[in-house]
Ligand binder design. Structure first.
Ligand code: ADE
Length: 231
């Protein structure tokens, strides 16, 4: 998979992909992540990337020209499956969308700032608009990092234990059950007995029951979805 990210603050994205699973995905050649500075595509002599909004009002709007020129320049090298704009008014990211994106070859992510990008870019060049939750960040970079992390770890070969992504919370519409490691007795707090019983059927049943109980208390909306799926 190839992921290109357009931003006016490339340094914000130096860290998130430089360690651990994201780094391994890149060194293994499973995923290539490239960061591009939108300012480099500005046709203006001052390298501007924003301007006042038509109609007045507080806040600047990101210019269409540098973003569209960047999209066009990158599209000469790569055919994108999706051109994704990170924005708080987009579709809320969830595990199902991450699964879909993880099957794609090439993604282009666009990070906005200020009041956002000129609507004409959204209307004519963006294929998908994604929010990572109902809160407003100061820019799309952290949202892009969240999306990339959630998607890349799903690509086969990225995780060491391939089954581990399949047992994550949300993967089957349920929250994940509790997990424990050694020692079996920590300061008098004991691990549930079933987990040390060696009875794999009983362990599986216990985990399923815990997952359902946790989902019922914390996310009844998800449990409803799960019940529909398993009807
Ligand atoms: N940009 C600012 N806030 C955002 C959010 N919640 N999701 C995606 N992009 C954003």
């Amino acid at each position: 998979m190839r992921i290109d990210i357009l931003t006016i603050l490339p340094r914000l994205l130096d860290g998130p992909f430089a360690d651990s699973i994201m780094q391994r995905a890149q060194t293994k050649g499973i995923c290539k992540i490239e960061i591009h500075n939108i300012r480099d595509f500005s046709a203006d002599k001052h390298k501007s990337v924003d301007d006042y909004q038509f109609g007045g009002g507080a806040g600047m709007v990101m210019l269409a020209q540098p973003i569209v020129d960047a999209i066009q320049a990158l599209s000469e090298q790569t055919i994108y499956d999706e051109i994704i704009y990170l924005t708080p008014d987009g579709e809320t990211l969830n595990q199902s969308i991450c699964n879909q994106f993880s099957l794609k070859q090439n993604l282009l992510l666009i990070c906005g700032h200020y009041k956002g990008i000129d609507q004409r870019v959204r209307d004519h060049y963006i294929t998908r608009e994604i929010s990572i939750g109902d809160y407003v960040l100061s820019g799309g970079e952290l949202a892009a990092a969240v999306l990339v992390d959630a998607v890349v770890r799903l690509i086969p070969g990225v995780m060491n234990d391939e089954t581990s992504a399949l047992t994550d919370s949300f993967q089957d519409a349920l929250l994940a059950p509790p997990v424990y490691t050694r020692p079996a007795d920590f300061n008098g707090y004991k691990v549930p007995e079933v987990l040390t019983s060696g009875n794999f059927k009983a362990i599986e049943d216990w985990r399923m029951n815990e997952a359902i109980q946790k989902t019922a208390t914390r996310r009844p909306d998800l449990l409803e979805q799960y019940n529909k799926l398993t009807e």
